[in-house]
Design a protein around this ligand. Structure first.
Ligand code: COA
Length: 183
């Protein structure tokens, strides 16, 4: 699928281009951003950014995952990413993941990005359920999910070994009908 551009007021979600590699590298290369993201390399190199961008193109082409850049509308720079993985066409669900540059935290960027993705998931993709899994210690992400309507559905006890520590993992879900009721 050719990713659409989803327009918000603070940010847009758009396809990540090869020319975005330097921005992605700069914003992703932060230990606070990587802290609770088990799959994010740290330090984050230009090569990591190029590989990631190629991966997003391949996943979108094969309809396995849809990853957007979070574009700051003021500067037109990519300052984070948000995407869907494990897109399940039979059970009509997908998993949400995201990060925003440390320099832009607490400006409402992630809130807007998550809401735009919810519209994409339940509107364009016509999925039934969107879910996210988050380490217990990741307070910012937990609050973001709850603020955007996700319901905590369970706790997977000591389910993630991250940086030599075992974490409980929360599972959050949002159904299409819950999204429609609140939008
Ligand atoms: C989680 C993250 C995406 C939030 O991005 P953001 O753009 O700062 O989020 P918003 O400004 O939209 O904030 C949404 C709400 O989340 C909460 N929140 C966000 N960051 C927080 C923090 N550091 N501490 C406490 N609450 C926080 C607040 O309740 C906030 O709403 P409010 O400002 O109205 O009180 C960002 O901190 C991040 O990229 N973290 C690292 C990557 C990551 O952990 N991703 C999630 C993996 S599951």
């Amino acid at each position: 699928m050719l990713l659409p551009t989803l327009e918000g007021s603070l940010i847009n979600l758009r396809r990540i281009n090869r020319s975005d590699a330097a921005s992605i590298q700069r914003h992703a290369n932060n230990s606070l951003v990587a802290q609770y993201l088990p799959f994010m390399p740290h330090p984050y190199s230009m090569e990591d950014a190029r590989l990631w961008i190629n991966t997003t193109h391949r996943l979108a082409r094969t309809d396995i995952g849809y990853h957007f850049g979070i574009e700051d509308r003021a500067s037109r720079e990519i300052v984070g990413c948000i995407g869907l993985k494990n897109v399940n066409r039979h059970d009509l669900n997908a998993e949400l993941g995201y990060w925003v540059s440390r320099a832009f935290w607490r400006n409402g960027f992630a809130t807007e990005a998550v809401r735009l993705m919810q519209g994409f998931v339940f509107g364009q993709l016509k999925l039934r359920r969107l879910y996210a899994i988050v380490l217990e210690a990741n307070t910012g992400s937990v609050k973001l999910l709850e603020k955007t309507g996700f319901v905590r559905e369970g706790t997977w006890r000591k389910a993630s070994l991250h940086k030599k520590r075992w974490y409980d993992v929360y599972s959050y879900g949002l159904l299409k009908e819950e999204f429609s009721r609140h939008s």
